[in-house]
Design a protein around this ligand. Structure first.
Ligand SMILES: NC(=O)c1ccc[n+]([C@@H]2O[C@H](COP(=O)([O-])OP(=O)(O)OC[C@H]3O[C@@H](n4cnc5c(N)ncnc54)[C@H](OP(=O)(O)O)[C@@H]3O)[C@@H](O)[C@H]2O)c1
Length: 431
């Protein structure tokens, strides 16, 4: 059997998983490819650390040129992460004639256009299944199997750390800080989990999915984003009482006025598949015009699940399938028609609003009046006094009917400036 040579840059969590699969499952991979796949080089800054994988001699190097200059290596996996040097490494690999596989969502969401243009100009491919949803084949599903569809809607939980934190808070009554610490202890969250909890990671993945599925071309920074760092334990309790669970949702939806896009903690009805995704699992729900409703669910992160997607991309690249899809999709291509994005202020939806107010007559009517003047009608109200003392504030929970985002924001601004309001209003979308 012939042998094909591949290489890997970045021998961290996912890189280790890729090496374990390629060395541990040689025969399975050879059967899938029809040739032996030899991981000839692994490049990392640190060649001394024990990664728990026994490597043949001379595989590990800290010299990138050992990969770029080896003309027998056709496919290289970038698993360094972050923007630089990952961007320069990928551009130089493409220039030296390599096809690239990456899991780097931050890089693709920020520099996708430059990287994909470079790949086209050197007649190479870039594959990125592992960049969104870990083991879940969502990129493949949208790029190939669902091509007969115009996508209507995409709704996803694509950050396992956030979902784990929300699950801990709901099921064990854990407070936010303790749940974050637990996510770090279990290796789900980074040492600095800010990019997860403030919604950046989710919004970068949504930017990739929205480009792939809806033709949207925009800076991920322009997508409205709220993270789970705004969620308090009390909101999880009230949501449950109302029949909902709070999930960090990435949403893209086609409307006559353009594609609606946002990332937000959202109250989701307890009986739905999305509400029942627990811990670090991910889910992507896609609605196509001819396929209807499709749900993909699985492990969204971690060494082997993510490496599974990376190795799948390597196999597709070696077989030439990745290049066919890459050329046809023309991702981030200049001549691709640009899909209109809906003005975020015009997005319509139901909301959960929590106000902390003085407990005196007239306050509820004053707030309801402001909402009414902004064309927001109220579906239900829940009132609770925080403790028995006369001057303790009261909590008001309003569930609204559908209103415009711009009206909701304006109403909350007005309400937050009232003398009777004791804290910043908490708002979450309701599915
Ligand atoms: N972890 C997950 O569950 C997961 C899931 C989906 C996607 N991803 C994506 O997969 C990629 C890799 O993530 P990871 O979790 O495996 O990261 P990681 O554990 O931090 O691994 C990155 C590795 O690259 C090395 N490195 C840094 N700069 C380098 C350079 N210039 N040349 C060679 N090696 C270099 C790092 O060495 P040092 O440690 O010495 O810096 C580290 O060993 C990222 O793009 C990430 O977003 C990860």
């Amino acid at each position: 059997m012939d042998t094909v040579k591949v290489a890997l840059i970045g021998f961290g969590t996912i890189g280790t998983g890729v090496a374990k699969i390629l060395f541990g499952q040689r025969e399975r991979i050879a059967r899938a490819v029809g040739r032996n796949v030899e991981l000839t080089r692994i490049c990392d800054k640190d060649t001394q650390r024990d990664r728990g994988v026994k490597l043949p001699p001379d595989v590990l190097t800290d010299d990138l040129n050992a990969i770029s200059n080896d003309s027998e290596i056709s496919t290289v996996v970038e698993l360094v992460g972050g923007i630089e040097p990952a961007r320069s490494i990928i551009l130089s690999l493409l220039k030296s004639g390599k096809n690239v596989v990456t899991a780097n969502k931050a890089l693709l969401a920020t520099h996708g256009s430059e990287i994909f243009d470079a790949a086209r100009s050197y007649n190479r491919s870039v594959s990125f299944e592992a960049a969104v949803g870990g083991a879940i084949p969502v990129i493949n599903a949208i790029s190939t199997a669902l091509q007969a569809n115009e996508l209507r809607q995409l709704q996803a939980i694509v950050n396992g750390t956030c979902n784990f934190i929300l699950t801990q808070m709901e099921e064990h009554g854990t407070n936010y800080a303790t749940a974050v610490a637990e996510a770090q202890r279990l290796g789900y969250a980074e040492a600095n989990p800010a990019m997860d909890v403030n919604g950046t990671d989710t919004v970068q993945k949504l930017a990739i999915l929205a480009h792939l599925g809806f033709g949207v071309k925009l800076n991920w920074q322009d997508i409205p984003r709220t993270g789970i760092d705004t969620v308090e334990a009390i909101d999880i309790v009230y949501a449950k009482r109302l029949g909902y669970r709070i999930k960090l949702l990435a949403v893209a939806e086609a409307t006559p006025d353009g594609i609606e896009l946002y990332v937000s903690p959202t109250l989701v009805k307890i009986d739905t598949p999305v509400a029942n995704v627990r811990d670090s699992f991910n889910i992507v729900r896609i609605v196509g015009d001819v396929a209807g409703d499709i749900v993909l669910q699985g492990r969204g992160a971690g060494e082997l699940p993510t490496a599974s997607a990376v190795v799948g991309d390597m196999i597709d690249t070696i077989l030439g399938r990745a290049k066919i899809t890459f050329d046809i999709l023309n991702l981030w291509g200049k001549e691709r028609p640009v899909t209109k994005i809906k003005n975020p202020a015009e997005i319509c939806g139901k909301n959960y609003l929590r106000f902390l107010v003085e407990d005196r007559p007239g306050v509820l009517a004053e707030i309801a009046g402001i909402l009414g003047r902004h064309k927001i009608s109220i579906a239900s109200v829940l009132q609770q006094q925080d403790n028995e003392s006369d001057d303790s504030p009261a909590t008001l929970i309003f569930m609204t009917h559908i209103s415009r985002e711009g009206d909701t924001i304006a109403a909350i601004d007005t309400i937050d400036s009232l003398a009777c309001v004791r804290g910043k209003t908490v708002r979450m979308r309701v599915e």
